[in-house]
Design a protein around this ligand. Structure first.
Ligand SMILES: [Ca+2]
Length: 91
């Protein structure tokens, strides 16, 4: 569990290159590299741009750590739903 959280943090720090925010380019790279298995449209830069807009709560065009966590939460939520589907279908 700790190592998973560490991965989440270090992935952000590495991608941001020592800055507080991910640039649109850095965000795109991160999504393509890390989430191609769990998300659709990661090969579409337009789709990733839309995703970034949705996450960008303060509308500064960049993704802060907090906004990045929103994405992690979203992905985790998607995973848990996928995980639950077969059980629901069986009952
Ligand atoms: Ca932002």
């Amino acid at each position: 569990m700790e190592s998973a959280i560490k991965t989440i943090v270090t992935t952000f720090l590495k991608s941001a290159g020592g800055k507080d925010n991910l640039s649109p380019k850095a965000f795109q790279k991160l999504v393509q590299k890390q989430f191609s298995g769990v998300m659709e449209d990661t090969d579409s830069s337009a789709a990733i741009m839309e995703m970034q807009k949705g996450l960008d709560e303060n509308s500064d065009g960049k993704v802060s750590f907090q906004e990045y966590l929103t994405l992690i939460g979203y992905v985790a939520n998607t995973m848990s739903q996928k995980h639950c589907e077969p059980k629901e279908a069986a009952s």
